[in-house]
Design a protein around this ligand. Structure first.
Ligand code: ZN
Length: 205
């Protein structure tokens, strides 16, 4: 019988940082199960700490439990990357404190959307442009079961939408403008600037 608690214990006794599952693994295409106490408080805290460690080691700014092979609606986010001010302004990217999100969902705040390059630890080596809501209100539980309803804007709103997508079996490429697809070297040398216009013109998206 499939026992997620046993599976988590197995993952936690394996190598660290936790290996990240790549696209092609069905766990990334399934809707994850709501967390409803399948793990005791200690195991839940240990899983979240291990997910944070894997996210920071990658390095990345978000990680969902299916990305470490666990089909539960749990994600972590944290963005401490030092980005140049011109990029921070263009992407509305400000430091995001560490948050563990349990059973997260969101609703858009307003109609505004913004397009930016993003990548995914489960699709290593590539970046593509995704159009996402500019602001969202998150609804989630924290690790002690308290309800959180913070609002996120800009880059943090992008991270939240990307992670909730993972819990629904959606990868960012499903929503990307595929003509923008760039390998990391090409992205860094050509398209990492504050404006998407040069990439739009040259790649045709
Ligand atoms: Zn991802």
């Amino acid at each position: 019988m499939y026992d997620v608690a046993e599976q988590v214990v197995q993952v936690l006794t394996g190598p660290r940082p936790l290996p990240i599952v790549a696209a092609g693994d069905p766990v990334l295409r399934r809707s994850a199960a709501p967390f409803d106490g399948q793990l005791d408080a200690h195991t839940l805290a240990e899983l979240i700490a291990a997910m944070r460690e894997a996210m920071l080691a990658a390095p990345g700014v978000g990680l969902a439990a299916p990305q470490v092979g666990i089909g539960l609606r749990i994600a972590v986010i944290e963005d401490t990357a030092a980005v140049p001010e011109v990029i921070a302004q263009a992407r509305d990217r400000r430091p995001q404190e560490f948050l563990a999100l349990i059973n997260p969902s969101y609703r858009p705040v307003g109609e505004a959307r913004s397009a930016a390059y993003e990548g995914c630890l489960s699709v290593p080596g590539y970046q593509a442009v995704v159009n996402r809501f500019s602001a969202v209100e998150l609804s989630a539980l924290d690790v002690s079961g308290r309800a959180l309803t913070p609002e996120f804007t800009g880059w943090a709103a992008r991270i939240v939408q990307h992670e909730v997508d993972h819990l629904d079996g959606t990868l960012y490429l499903d929503r990307a403008q595929l003509r923008s697809l760039a390998d990391t070297a090409s992205y860094q040398t050509r398209w990492g600037g504050p404006s998407l216009e040069p990439a739009r013109r040259a790649l045709g998206f």
